[in-house]
Design a protein around this ligand. Structure first.
Ligand code: C2O
Ligand code: CU
Length: 676
């Protein structure tokens, strides 16, 4: 059984256990000895199953079994044993006779309270696992114990006027609760010391002992004796490298009503009045210059170049690399188009809302000296006003292409959750992921391609004699390519000639693509040498445990999306030195998928769940860490600056799941309350 399945089973069993104990207690209180006896038996079996499921998780190497073994199981076993010893014999005797006397006997506190107590203990275990999260500390364990004990005392008191030693027990429970809460919630001295001290901030960037605020008063502070640089100095050049052209674009953010291809109107946040924003294209070696203006987006706007390793000062993170551009303001971004491939841009201010509302567009850089041939379609997929929109269409995009035409589909997931793509009607290859070409990608047929939020896949094939259909999530037809007559390779309407063809010539929607297995990218393509491997010596090692739990998010207590038990801005900054080889281990302890995204760097995947990549080297900027998964990735710290490291389910980022990666000595004059 996979760890994910075991986790789900463990959850099921834990809920069943708590429910069975509580129901047994309730049935006893209701003078129903038969039902109580049966539920007691169920509770016993469920408790044993819980012991088994926890041990199975331990056997599967689940990272977080420790808290279950040290807190959850002992609590359950102790309470279950007490309930069995105290209530068991009477319950069984009464259940056998089931006369009026035994009905009264089972509603005695000596039977009901231990049964309910076992239920409370089982429930406390669930709370520990799902609400408190990682890391489990003695404080929360003590607090939970106190709450369970308090519930037992309260129940007992409610059932009988004479509870021996009630005062002492209540006092002890209250004391344990206070102590536990103090240990768990009062921030440690280290955490409280940060932030307030002016000038301490640059030192903080150097030690990594604190979190979010890299603001330094000018460039005067010194870090470990070295010089500091403000991130605002880390900008792109004003002129292109020799041989490169300048590509100028103007993007104006404004609210607008956009009309989808079906005629539906959606009120959106747009660049230049359209969703997606204007496609930006460049040839490798060009200088891209984008003037961003904000007409009326009151919360402000920036441009972040997703997956593009621009200089840090061009990265578009409000409060970190620049201030958000307010209505009436502008900001000019400049960077050299060094990386070839498929990328996208989006606002990074209030990004969950901003991107969802439409502030995004595509960025495609093609290699120098290769004339575009064939059909090259850039297809950002987005959920806009409830509709799945491919490019700017909420209906299938139908294109004609002469058989033999080379076709490239650039798929971009601009949503918060993964999409699954299938291509029917032709064999094809997945030639690039997140902008980087794969090595030796083999021919694919009936497989599903799962694309992480923020990620990109480039598909390549030769137009077949029949139609080819790209489908999203096994339901929506996204693109239909239909054969056209004419010489192959003429680009068959690649420029604008939006040929609407007879949709009847296309395979019927709903062929069972849902049954197609998912392609495992870690085994696709051929291995090739990489500049570093799992056996390299790493200068820095960071582990990020992704979870949910109660934590302060921007000063407010929330049921947050947490990293190592904390939420933004309290997650310690990862500090690196230029040139470091860095290993990042990202572990998902929760039940939701987290598309992990690092700004400014591509990462090389070393392993997933301990299994090394056996296919093409995988260079990603966004990788989907599914429930229970452990990803090991590595990167060279070769792009000095201050960078975001966050979940690209932007609603998770909004609820705390983001942190900073800082190069020693880089400071920022900004301190935005948020960087998302
Ligand atoms: Cu595309 Cu910080 O994100
Ligand atoms: Cu997430």
């Amino acid at each position: 059984m996979t760890t994910d399945r075991l986790m789900a089973l463990d959850l099921l069993v834990s809920v069943l256990t708590a429910a069975a104990w509580v129901s047994a207690g309730v049935a006893a209180a209701a003078r129903r000895p038969r039902a109580a006896g049966a539920l007691f038996a169920v509770a016993l079996v469920a408790s044993l199953a819980r012991v088994w499921s926890v041990l199975a998780l331990a056997g599967a190497g689940w990272w977080f079994v420790q808290e279950k073994i040290t807190v959850v199981l002992p609590l359950l076993v102790a309470a279950g044993a007490a309930a069995t010893a105290l209530a068991g014999p009477r319950l069984l005797r009464a259940a056998r006779r089931a006369d009026a006397a035994s009905r009264d006997a089972v509603r005695a506190p000596a039977v009901v309270v231990p049964l309910l107590g076992a239920g409370y203990a089982a429930a406390a275990g669930i709370v520990q696992t799902f609400l408190i999260g990682y890391p489990a500390d003695p404080g929360t364990a003590l607090l939970l114990l106190a709450v369970a004990a308090g519930a037992v005392l309260g129940t007992w008191r409610a059932m009988s006027t004479r509870v021996p030693g009630l005062r002492t027990a209540t006092a002890a429970t209250a004391a344990a609760a206070v102590l536990g809460a103090t240990l768990a919630f009062v921030p440690s001295a280290e955490t409280t010391a940060e932030g307030s001290a002016p000038g301490g901030t640059a030192a903080m960037a150097a030690t990594g002992s604190a979190s979010h605020d890299h603001s330094a008063s000018g460039g005067s502070a010194s870090v470990m004796g070295g010089a500091t640089r403000p991130v605002t100095d880390l900008r792109g050049p004003a002129v292109p490298p020799p041989g490169g052209a300048v590509r100028r674009f103007e993007l104006t953010a404004r609210t607008a009503t956009v009309t989808l291809s079906s005629g539906r109107k959606v009120s959106a946040w747009t660049f230049n009045g359209q969703v997606p924003g204007p496609p930006l294209t460049a040839v490798q070696g060009d200088l891209v210059e984008v003037r961003l203006r904000n007409a009326d987006i009151t919360s402000g706007v920036t441009l972040h170049w997703h997956g593009y390793d621009v200089p840090s000062g061009e990265d578009g993170v409000p409060g970190l690399t620049q201030e958000a551009v307010p209505p009436g303001g502008e900001f000019v971004y400049r960077f050299v188009a060094a990386q070839v491939g498929t990328y996208w841009y989006h606002t990074h201010e209030v990004s969950d809302l901003g991107v969802r509302m439409g502030l995004y567009g595509t960025l495609v850089v093609t290699p120098k000296g290769t004339a575009a041939t064939g059909l090259d379609l850039t297809l950002p997929v987005h959920t806009l006003g409830g509709a799945t929109v491919t490019g700017d269409r909420d209906q299938p995009l139908v294109r004609q292409a002469a058989p033999g035409t080379p076709v490239r589909l650039r798929l971009i997931n601009t949503d918060n959750t993964p999409h699954r793509f299938t291509l029917e009607g032709t064999p094809y290859r997945l030639v690039a992921v997140d902008g980087t070409d794969l090595n030796g990608p083999g021919t694919l047929g009936r497989v599903g391609l799962r694309l992480a939020a923020g990620g990109r896949y480039d598909l390549a094939f030769t137009m077949p004699p029949g139609p080819a259909v790209l489908r999203i999530d096994d339901r929506t037809d996204s693109v239909r390519l239909v054969p056209a007559s004419g010489p192959p390779g003429d680009g068959a309407g690649a420029k604008g000639a939006s040929a609407t063809a007879d949709a009847g010539a296309v395979p019927a929607a709903g062929s069972r693509t849902a049954d197609w297995p998912e392609l495992d990218l870690t085994r696709y393509g051929a291995p090739a040498p990489t500049p570093y491997t799992a056996r390299s010596r790493f200068d820095r090692d960071f582990t990020l445990v992704l979870d949910r739990g109660f934590a302060l998010t921007n000063g407010r207590p929330m049921y947050a999306h947490t990293v190592n038990g904390a939420a933004f801005p309290d997650i310690p900054t990862e500090v690196v030195r230029e040139g470091d080889l860095v290993r990042l281990t990202v572990v998902n302890r929760g039940r939701e998928t987290h598309p992990w995204h690092l700004h400014g760097h591509r990462v090389l995947v070393l392993s997933r769940d301990g299994r090394p990549v056996t296919g093409s080297p995988l260079w990603l900027d966004t990788f989907d860490v599914r429930p229970g998964e452990v990803w090991e990735v590595a990167f060279r710290a070769a792009n000095p600056g201050l960078w975001m490291n966050h979940c690209h389910n932007l609603s998770h980022a909004d609820l705390g799941m983001m942190l900073h990666l800082a190069y020693e000595g880089v400071t920022t004059p900004f301190h935005g309350a948020h960087s998302g």
